[in-house]
Design a protein around this ligand. Structure first.
Ligand SMILES: Cc1cc2nc3c(=O)[nH]c(=O)nc-3n(C[C@H](O)[C@H](O)[C@H](O)COP(=O)(O)OP(=O)(O)OC[C@H]3O[C@@H](n4cnc5c(N)ncnc54)[C@H](O)[C@@H]3O)c2cc1C
Length: 299
């Protein structure tokens, strides 16, 4: 770890931050100290740093906007890499955009809507970076990010590789990247010109209003906790168990949306895990339903 920090400083390969914790970097506001947060300024920085990491076999973890992560309260030993500075959007031709992984979905959706493009409005409601959204194949309002992707560039074993949509093996909150160790660098997206220029912006306003009414926006959460089952929505399962509002210390099932678990202020990692496992066990024993957690859990 120390040698990595020295290497980054010596070759000026970006920023190193040593005073952050997962509490600062996740929307759940839970988690321990991060010993080394590395933020490359350019793709070349990242490639050079990754060569060093692979050569020395150092453990690392890529963080996007931290909106789907529940991290342990213990200090985190791996290098955490944020692509925050890789945030370029380039229009390759009308309706085709090359977007780096650090761009947020909300920014991209708003930017393209202002240019009169449609199809991406749903992303304005999902927190996250393009890297995290692709990794999770995030979706809402009957759309998924997979629907818009033409190509993904992935840094794997120190080399840049191109993935077609088929190679990405997208499924419900699934992508091939969950089974690999590497970095999503950028993607090419295809969008359509809207018939009327103001329609995309109006659509986004409607989506945002709907979210405010149905979800605990403004509270500390990581979004939907469990995946829907083929026959039942996860919130329905939790509601039929009578658990809406149930809490383990400061970890609570939201009153507003039963599939959203919220940290009311001081919830620990263990409080959240206890709550998740309690719901899963009750669903299994009383309804014979296996609820799969959607969040990325870092122990
Ligand atoms: C209020 C709220 C509402 C939400 N609503 C929705 C919703 O409607 N639909 C939905 O699908 N999700 C929703 N989510 C969950 C979350 O927004 C998504 O899962 C999102 O895709 C996470 O993106 P992120 O950048 O925050 O990723 P992070 O949470 O930072 O990371 C998630 C995973 O992606 C990996 N990752 C991130 N970037 C990269 C990269 N460049 N290369 C390789 N791996 C990477 C991380 O290692 C981690 O394993 C919601 C969350 C909140 C807080």
């Amino acid at each position: 770890m120390v040698s990595f920090i020295t290497y980054i400083h010596q070759f000026q390969l970006g920023d190193i931050v040593t005073h952050k914790s997962f509490k600062d970097l996740t929307t759940l506001k839970i988690g321990g100290q991060i010993k080394c947060l590395y933020m490359p300024h350019t793709l070349d920085h990242l490639i050079q740093a990754m060569k060093y990491i692979l050569e020395k076999q150092l453990p690392y973890f890529i963080i996007g906007k931290g909106s789907n992560i529940l991290a342990s309260d213990e200090p985190f030993e791996s290098i955490v890499i944020s692509l925050e500075y890789l945030n370029r959007i380039v229009e390759l031709k009308p309706g085709v955009f090359q977007v780096e992984a650090g761009v947020t979905g909300a920014y991209l959706a708003t930017h393209l809507s202002k240019l009169g493009y449609t199809k991406m409005e749903f992303l304005s409601t999902i927190p996250g970076s393009i890297g995290g959204l692709i990794y999770m194949n995030a979706g809402a309002y009957h759309q998924e990010i997979a629907d818009l992707i033409q190509e993904v560039t992935y840094l794997e074993d120190g080399k840049l590789k191109t993935y077609s949509p088929k190679d990405c093996q997208f499924g419900y909150r699934k992508s091939i990247f969950q089974e690999k160790q590497g970095v999503i660098i950028e993607a090419i997206f295809g969008v359509d010109k809207a018939v009327l220029a103001q329609l995309p912006l109006e659509k986004m306003i409607t989506y945002k209003k709907n979210r405010k009414e149905t979800q605990p926006i403004g509270q500390y959460t990581a979004g939907s906790t469990f995946k829907n089952t083929p026959t039942k929505k996860a919130w329905e399962v939790i509601d039929t168990l009578g658990l809406r509002g149930y809490a383990v210390h400061d970890a609570r099932i939201s009153y507003k949306h039963a599939n959203f678990l919220v940290n009311e202020n001081e919830a620990t990692f263990q409080d959240m895990i206890d709550l998740i496992e309690f719901i899963q066990q009750k669903a299994l024993h009383e309804k014979h339903i296996q609820l799969e957690c959607e969040w990325v859990i870092l122990r």
